[in-house]
Write a protein that binds this ligand. Structure first.
Ligand code: SAM
Length: 219
């Protein structure tokens, strides 16, 4: 990629943050800084790099998608992250969301159930130097018990219900953001765990691909 392309994409990224993200009320400086930095065009298929900063999701192969930039920002802001946090992401996909998280927190654990996406994205993390992202291939609906508890968990696929096992793996004060609903539309839902009490807040409608696995939709 030449210098002109770098400049072009940096300009588009800045426009994306101003017009799609800040204009819609996202204000966490850590989230805005990460969105300004991560080269989203590198996380989409080559043929779609010109569309990478558009206000919409894009296909990434295997019938999966990279989420709309605003959804990434909204989910990230609602995790209320601090620099020392350890975060679990379920649904690595293109790796873009994990990279945004990795710019903000100490360590990201990310699980993907599609082998081809897992392999491609793992290589990309190494190429880009995201050494604080630990990846795992398999069903993420049971979380990652050995590495729990997590300060925050983000599920980037639509679940029929909130898996209890994920709430169990949240630290005291931990936050979970997950789309919950049927296969066509979901409500983005935030859970806060405080001294064993669970507070649940609906954030709004959304549409994600299915979370498939033991505590999600059947294969
Ligand atoms: N976070 C991704 C990104 O930044 O590109 C978006 C992911 S896409 C909307 C949802 C991903 O969740 C897909 O890659 C899909 O294969 C994965 N997925 C679905 N069910 C899963 C499961 N049980 N465990 C792990 N990954 C799963």
């Amino acid at each position: 990629m030449d210098l002109m392309d770098d400049k072009k994409y940096a300009r588009r990224r800045e426009e994306m943050v101003r017009l799609q993200i800040e204009a819609r009320g996202i204000s966490d400086p850590l989230v805005l800084q990460a969105l300004r930095k991560v080269p989203r065009h590198i996380f989409v298929p080559d043929a779609l790099s010109e569309q990478a900063y558009g206000d919409h999701p894009l296909p990434i192969g295997d019938q999966q998608t990279i989420s709309q930039p605003y959804i990434v920002a909204e989910m990230t802001q609602n995790l209320e992250l601090t620099k020392t946090d350890r975060v679990l992401e379920i649904g690595t996909g293109s790796g873009y969301q994990a990279a945004i998280l990795a710019e903000i927190v100490f360590r990201v654990y990310s699980i993907e159930r599609k082998r081809s996406l897992y392999d491609t994205t793992r290589k990309l993390f190494d190429t880009l130097g995201y050494f604080n992202i630990v990846t795992r291939y398999g069903d993420g609906t049971s979380g990652w018990r050995e590495e729990s508890p997590f300060d925050a968990i983000m599920v980037t696929a639509g679940a029929p219900k909130i898996p209890d096992v994920l709430i169990d793996q949240l630290a005291d004060g931990g936050r979970l953001v997950i789309p919950v609903g049927d296969q066509h539309s979901q409500i983005l839902t935030k859970i806060k765990k405080q001294k064993q009490t669970i507070q649940q807040v609906p954030l709004g409608g959304c549409r994600f691909v299915k979370l498939i696995g033991e505590h999600g939709w059947p294969v």
